[in-house]
Ligand binder design. Sequence first.
Ligand code: SF4
Length: 277
Amino acid sequence: MPTRSPAYPHRVSQPVLQPDYARPVKARRPARAARLGVPPYDPDETPLARTRRARRMARELAVIHPDAHCELDFTTPLELLVATVLSAQTTDKMVNKVTPVLFARYPDAAAYAGADRAELEELLKPTGFFRAKANSVIGLGRALVERFDGEVPGNLADLVTLPGVGRKTANVVLGNAFGVPGLTVDTHFGRLVRRFGWTAEEDPVKVESEIAVLVPKKEWTDFSHRVIFHGRRVCHAKKPACGACGLAAWCPSFGIGPLDPELAARLVKTPAASDTE
Ligand code: SF4
């Protein structure tokens, strides 16, 4: 049935098929950041008010993205560590295409340490930057054999000493392979929490420490997945789907993307299409 939009009563539109996670937005005017072009972070918002707003938004994200999870396929900490290193500059889907053969050919750290570089590069080619990635993976294998008896350490301090492993990769491995809560500050995460007005920081380490005080520790891993899903599906870098975003009521950036519900709904990506960024 054609309907009239409450936000755009002049418009009679056909219903748009939306993924379940696109939630209706109550009509309201764009937020300050969108109207005036000012940063969404409000230094005058009290820490208590910001924490309450953040927790409300985090709860809503859990409703919007109940299926959020680590999209890399793995069965062991080593597999996840390698897959995460390979995921730089490519999609998780592409990594998942390469890893079944890779994991079968290199079952442990010693196998990576002794890998034939040319053969490994050939396997990694579809993921891009394959020479650098082959270097990283061989270096990882050697470091694990030399310093950790071939096992992936289950703590941040040791993980970040491994070649090619920064805090982001370490937190992915801790959160998903060891059950140790971790915040994964990738480009989606950083962009979104700044749009949420939760931080004004650009540096991922500072972003991580500011968000850590807003979100309960036990939720860090799932929360990271939900934010990243939201970044992939709804709050895109170029055209965020504000008019179809379930966080609109609490987001100080509401209105930086299209508000027309029909147009916004068309910007929302389905799960299958969202693994392209
Ligand atoms: S899509 Fe718009 S309203 Fe939703 S989180 Fe992003 S900027 Fe805020």
